[in-house]
Design a protein around this ligand. Structure first.
Ligand SMILES: Nc1ncnc2c1ncn2[C@@H]1O[C@H](COP(=O)(O)OP(=O)(O)OP(=O)(O)O)[C@@H](O)[C@H]1O
Ligand SMILES: [Mg+2]
Length: 253
């Protein structure tokens, strides 16, 4: 399968503190990669580097054979990589429909248009409805985002990323702060949506090892900014030293 994302010897330092050291790995078509590691291991830093939000201090980041180091999430989304932003872009006063419409419009290069004109655009509204249906949010289209349950907010966040029609989707702890039961239903909706939308690869940062074991095709484990393991789930969970290093120090948050 062809390579979608490649990092080569990526190092990222925040002034003197080195958050990623010599990180090299690939994401190929069809893969579901989980990035795991204790708090502070560098997972979010890696996602920020992969989405072009942070420029690596040294090393290469390539997306579909193009240099993607520091190119920024907007440009990267245009190339086909989208990211769910852990709720930061959910504006509480916007309705569900308006939130998805903003994402659809930005995918169409119309991000500067006013909400009023988005609401009147039949093409955009059709796409909004389709995305909402995939995520079970169709009955909430007119509800203000702030009134959604935590699980529905997570789904809306992920739905907005899907509205960008990405080939690759990155999710940084999409299920944090929701109940175990809700975590599983969010993951099921996400995986079904990815299949339906033709998403070629999913990259997930996740602390919940049950979810990691259930959904990943490969696990990249970070420890103090280095790749400790890059293994299929069976090999990962059969190595007590690796599991202890990653899970042993875990704190949920
Ligand atoms: N902007 C920053 N400036 C300085 N240090 C930072 C910055 N962002 C992150 N760090 C440090 O880099 C290290 C890695 O942080 P990062 O957020 O990537 O970890 P993480 O694996 O995502 O952790 P968590 O599981 O808590 O989300 C941490 O020690 C963190 O304190
Ligand atoms: Mg993090």
């Amino acid at each position: 399968m062809s390579t979608l994302i490649q990092t080569l010897n990526v190092t990222k330092a925040y002034e003197k503190f080195v958050a990623l050291r010599d990180v090299s790995f690939e994401v190929r078509e069809g893969e579901f990669i989980s990035i795991v590691g204790p708090n502070g291991a560098g997972k979010t830093t890696l996602v920020n580097v992969l989405t072009g939000l942070l420029k690596p201090t040294s090393g290469q980041v390539r997306f579909k054979d193009q240099d993607a180091a520091g190119i920024g999430p907007v440009r990267l989304a245009q190339l086909g990589m989208a990211r769910a932003f852990q709720l930061v872009h959910i504006f509480p006063a916007l309705t569900v429909g308006e939130t998805i419409a903003v994402a659809v419009a930005s995918q169409l290069g119309r991000s500067r248009r006013l909400f009023a004109s988005l609401a009147g655009d039949a093409g955009i509204q059709k796409r909004v409805r389709t995305v909402a249906e995939i995520f079970g949010l169709e009955r909430k289209l007119d509800a203000e985002s702030r009134l959604l349950s935590q699980g529905e907010k997570k789904l809306l966040d992920i739905a907005s990323a899907f509205a960008l029609r990405p080939e690759v989707i990155l999710l940084d702890e999409p299920t944090s702060g929701v109940s175990t039961g809700d975590k599983h239903s969010i993951m099921q909706v996400l995986v079904a949506a990815a299949r339906q939308a033709g998403v070629k690869a999913i990259i997930l940062v996740e602390h919940d090892m049950d979810l990691v074991a259930e959904y990943s095709s490969r696990i990249v484990a970070l420890q103090e900014g280095r790749v400790l393991a890059d293994l299929p789930p069976a090999a990962f969970f059969n190595d007590p030293a690796i599991v202890a290093a990653i899970v042993g120090k875990r704190t949920t948050h």
